[in-house]
Write a new protein. Structure first.
Length: 400
């Protein structure tokens, strides 16, 4: 529901507006003359107390001068009504009374009055109090309007970030079954991150597998991540031979130099599996090692070739590594967001502490991978990750 006390765009430009509610016409005329000549004050008089709320809602005063004793309804009851009205609840109410009585003053403040004057006050004092309370009220409304605008801006930004995150997720490949079985789990952090990954058969025998992590977060990181994915899926890297991971990373380093991409760079692991030779060739640039669990072993082979992240320096050379794949081997590629979390005592998890979570074969399907994320979330005591969580599992069939 909209807060009716929030200023409309032209409210403050209308200046100070004083509403006097008093059943005595003589008092109304006296106050009108007091503020006459003050061009910054717009004055309105309401003689009938039963019409006071409707008049106030229409006039939108910046201060209400409220008589205390009136026929039909007393002034303090009206003050209480003002304070429960969505439009009038923050409007300062100055009680006008014929009595200088501490008990009545205390009751007035207890029931919501902002000030108390014995009528009729001196003109200079009345104008000063009108100015003081009106300025405070206008400043309050300006703050409310600013906070409302900020909240709306944040809502729109959050919706756009969520849309961007959904778009990045829509580009991720479907699970793969057949010659190899591939499943993944991905959870974007609170803002849009820069993780992405992919895999596809480039011919009957060769499967490419990659994961990348752009520095930073936000739409910029997501856009660069999507651009790299499109370059890989659209074969737009010139003459790069996708069967040679080092060549692919070299071409990406040329195309995505950080100076031409808002000083953004990314880490990457890229592998090519040949099902005929059962060899996996790989290269990496600043990325954590892929983990190859041989059948029955709990200590994985770490597949990594040391190099700087992609785009950080022209002319980088990316060496290749190679490993033989046996039946029932399991390969995990991931971003550092899967383990760079903090324990409740404040220290950060290391890769060595994360690896045992993968040492035993997981349940088949996505649920098995999700159990890893759930475990890590419990360790950090939060389901919200500071970085994207990207974990891809490749299972090689018993019969290769």
């Amino acid at each position: 529901m909209k807060d009716m006390s929030i200023l409309e765009p032209d409210e403050t430009s209308r200046g100070v507006r004083v509403l006097l509610v008093d059943d005595q016409r003589m008092v109304g005329e006296a106050v009108r003359r007091m503020v006459q000549g003050e061009d910054w004050i717009e004055f309105k008089y309401c003689q009938n107390p039963e019409e006071a709320v409707a008049v106030a809602e229409d006039f939108r005063p910046t201060v209400i001068l409220q008589d205390l004793v009136m026929p039909g309804i007393d002034g303090l009851s009206l003050v209480e009504i003002y304070k429960t009205n969505d439009i009038l609840k923050h409007v300062p109410a100055i009680v006008l009374s014929s009595q200088e009585d501490p008990v009545i003053k205390a009751e007035s403040f207890a029931r919501g009055a902002n000030d108390y004057l014995v009528k009729l006050p001196d003109r200079i004092e009345l104008v000063a109090r009108i100015r003081h309370h009106s300025e405070g009220y206008i400043h309050l409304l300006e703050r409310n309007a600013a906070f409302h605008a900020l909240a709306e801006s944040q809502r729109i930004l959050a919706a756009e970030l969520a849309e961007a995150a959904d778009y990045v997720r829509s580009l991720l490949p479907a699970p793969l079954d057949g010659k190899v079985n591939i499943r993944w789990d991905f959870e974007s952090c609170s803002s849009v991150g820069g993780d992405s990954f992919g895999y596809r058969w480039i011919d009957d025998d060769n499967l490419i597998i990659y994961v990348l992590d752009v520095c930073g977060h936000g739409v910029g990181a997501a856009l660069l991540s999507v651009s790299v994915m499109n370059a890989l899926s659209g074969n737009t890297l010139g003459e790069a031979d996708f069967r040679h991971p080092g060549e692919v990373l070299r071409r990406l380093n040329e195309v995505f130099e950080m100076e031409r991409h808002n000083n953004m760079y990314f880490t990457m692991w890229f592998g090519v599996y040949n099902r005929q030779s059962q060899q996996l060739r790989f290269a990496s640039g600043g990325h954590p090692p892929a983990l190859l669990f041989k059948d029955g072993q709990t200590d994985p082979v770490r597949l990594v070739t040391p190099a700087l992240p992609i785009g950080t320096m022209p002319g980088l050379v990316f060496k290749e590594g190679e490993v033989h794949i046996d039946a029932s081997d399991r390969l995990y590629v991931y971003s550092d967001g899967v383990y760079e979390i903090r324990y409740e005592d404040g220290h950060e998890m290391t890769l060595d502490e994360f690896i045992p979570l993968l040492s035993k074969p997981l349940d088949t399907g996505v649920d098995g991978l999700m159990s890893i994320r759930e475990t890590v979330a419990k360790i950090q005591n939060s389901e919200i990750f500071e970085d994207d969580f990207s974990l891809v599992e490749i299972r090689f069939p018993v019969c290769l």
